[in-house]
Ligand binder design. Structure first.
Ligand SMILES: Cc1cc2nc3c(=O)[nH]c(=O)nc-3n(C[C@H](O)[C@H](O)[C@H](O)COP(=O)(O)OP(=O)(O)OC[C@H]3O[C@@H](n4cnc5c(N)ncnc54)[C@H](O)[C@@H]3O)c2cc1C
Length: 293
């Protein structure tokens, strides 16, 4: 669609945004950084006569320590996330994912909330947040609800969010002792290329060095971020060396449901899942053992 047809409204509070959304309903979309929405409008993926900018809502900004974890405001940009000392110290896998996305210009505009709500199957943050047990908060005039991110996505570009709900923040709980997580992804170029496949892994090592908990989540190889329960049960109780890692990689390859498109064939993506699962698990193990998460 021609963007000159779109009327832009600016909200300064959640209440104002809700009133505008109630007024324009099906014809409206919320706008954060616009790096996903503007492309979607220009390429006719969606039509919206009205766009409601939430950028002035200060309640959606900021990164802070919260009760037992970190609160990430939905308007936190990808670069703010990648550069945050708070995040770097606690959740280096998030820095890894955010720092590899898109390009510096897009990372200055694109937000964490937009990456999640957009629900594009190749989005980089959802699998990492999923292995970290993150929760998302949705606000509407009817109230606030908090949902584990792993049940947020229901299909490509589809979530459990109602169209009048605003994603306000993401809560990432402090991990258990000896937890480590990592994200490995493959793109066709260094910058401005979305993931052809990606794997996030999180492990907790027990005092005896064996795996106490393992979480593996794939992206770009299914319609939503895909948890690999089979790989996890193969790892718990094991010393995380070559053989169990290889078995988990096989299970992740079996769980993937890739498609063929311009970026790669389904077979290539499945192979990538095996390689990336190994890389992510080895890096997660190193962080768990070194106490750097
Ligand atoms: C060149 C290019 C490269 C890219 N590379 C990557 C990449 O490597 N990895 C990747 O994951 N993504 C990539 N993207 C996609 C995009 O930049 C990111 O997903 C970004 O985080 C989207 O955030 P945004 O603030 O721009 O979202 P917007 O475009 O503003 O919004 C996206 C969607 O979410 C909704 N929305 C946004 N915020 C909220 C909220 N708080 N509450 C309710 N609804 C909301 C909007 O209505 C819209 O439907 C790329 C995009 C471009 C143009």
């Amino acid at each position: 669609m021609n963007l000159s047809q779109v009327e832009v409204h600016e909200a300064s509070t959640l209440q104002q945004a809700a009133e505008l959304m109630a007024r324009w309903g099906d014809q409206a979309r919320f706008l954060a950084g616009g790096t996903g929405l503007v492309v979607d409008l220009k390429t006719d993926r969606y039509w919206a006569g009205h766009v409601i900018s939430i950028n002035r809502i200060t309640a959606l900004r900021g990164l802070s320590l919260a009760d037992g974890g970190v609160r990430i405001g939905a308007l936190t940009t990808l670069n703010q996330l990648a550069r945050s000392t708070l995040i770097r110290q606690r959740f280096p896998a998030l820095v890894e994912a955010a720092g590899e996305m898109a390009s510096p210009q897009i990372r200055n505009m694109g937000t964490v909330g937009g990456n999640i709500v957009g629900a594009v199957p190749c989005a980089d943050l959802p699998p990492v947040l999923t292995v970290m047990h993150a929760k998302v908060s949705l606000w509407s005039p009817e109230g606030q609800r908090v949902i584990p991110i792993e049940v947020f996505f229901v299909g490509p570009r589809q979530t459990v969010r109602r169209s009048d709900e605003i994603l306000t923040e993401i809560f990432v709980p402090d991990p258990q002792a000896r937890f480590g997580a990592a994200y490995a992804r493959f793109g066709l170029r260094e910058a401005n290329s979305v993931a052809v496949a990606g794997v996030a892994a999180g492990v907790v090592l027990r005092e005896d060095g064996k795996v106490g908990e393992a979480r593996i989540c794939l992206n770009a190889v299914a319609s939503t971020p895909k948890m690999v329960a089979a790989a996890e049960s193969l790892l718990v109780g094991e010393i995380l060396d070559e053989a169990p890692i290889a078995r988990a990689a096989e299970a992740a390859m079996a769980a993937a449901q890739p498609i063929s498109d311009v970026r790669g064939t389904a077979e290539f993506r499945r192979e990538l899942v095996g390689v990336l699962t190994r890389r992510a698990l080895i890096a997660a193990r190193g962080r768990a053992a070194g106490g750097t998460q």
